[in-house]
Write a protein that binds this ligand. Structure first.
Ligand code: SAH
Length: 213
């Protein structure tokens, strides 16, 4: 049985080995304890580099993918960020240490309620979580400097592109839900959008409407 400290060191080592090299991202991931976001059955696997099951049939992403997406988003301390797909709240908590303000939305009320409790307990006051269909973004809070989508869309949703500030960056997994998807980085320019394909990923699908739970 390895100690907690050793497991955390291995966790950070696995992040670096997967290509997470940005110092601010690594520091934020060192400070936010993933075990807080996976309760019950899987809590003792929190520091393994694997996705884990959370309520409502959803998953908390693999830490190396969280790191790669966070790093690709190039968040600055001035940024207002939108996350679509709160899930456990883990990604939003990491972003909250890097950004000025984080808005996060999920279609499941239950996940949003649980995530809010954790944000309060960890004293992360710059996160606001809403239950909403995130494919429409949050028009009242737009425009955003950064947008991160943690569920796979067939195409980057139009309302999200429209809510991205000029110079802003969006990271989104794109592709069919049952196939391997591509992680895409979209940069809004004065005249349009630039697209970079980053790597293959596998996410749960972006689903329309609110969940039952
Ligand atoms: N970022 C999360 C993991 C997200 S799992 C974490 O750090 O734990 C993907 C999440 O996207 C699920 O919770 C799912 O309910 C949510 N989701 C799927 N479609 C959505 C939509 N249209 N609007 C908002 N959330 C959505």
């Amino acid at each position: 049985m390895t100690s907690e400290a050793q497991r955390k060191m291995q966790f950070l080592y696995a992040l670096r080995a997967s290509g997470v090299t940005d110092a601010r991202t690594l520091t934020a991931m060192e400070r936010i304890d993933r075990a807080q976001f996976v309760r019950g059955l899987f809590a003792d696997r929190a520091y393994e580099d694997v996705p884990l099951t959370i309520p409502c049939g959803q998953t908390i992403s693999q830490p190396s993918i969280v790191g790669i997406m966070t790093q690709a988003l190039q968040v600055t301390p001035r940024d207002k960020v939108l996350e679509v797909g709160t899930g456990s709240g883990y990604q939003a908590a990491i972003l909250s240490l890097l950004a000025r303000r984080v808005y996060t939305v999920d279609r499941y009320r239950r996940l949003v309620a649980q995530a809010r409790e954790i944000f309060d307990a960890l004293k992360l006051p710059n996160i606001t979580a809403f239950t909403a269909d995130g494919s429409f973004g949050l028009p009242d809070q737009a425009p955003f400097d950064r947008i991160i989508v943690t569920a796979a869309a067939e195409d980057p949703p139009g309302p999200l592109l429209a809510q991205l500030r000029i110079g802003g960056i969006m990271v989104v997994p794109v592709g069919q839900s049952d196939a391997v998807q591509s992680l895409i980085r979209v940069t809004r320019t004065e005249t349009g959008f630039d697209y970079d394909e980053l790597r293959p990923v596998r996410f749960v699908p972006l689903v329309e409407g609110l969940g039952q739970d």
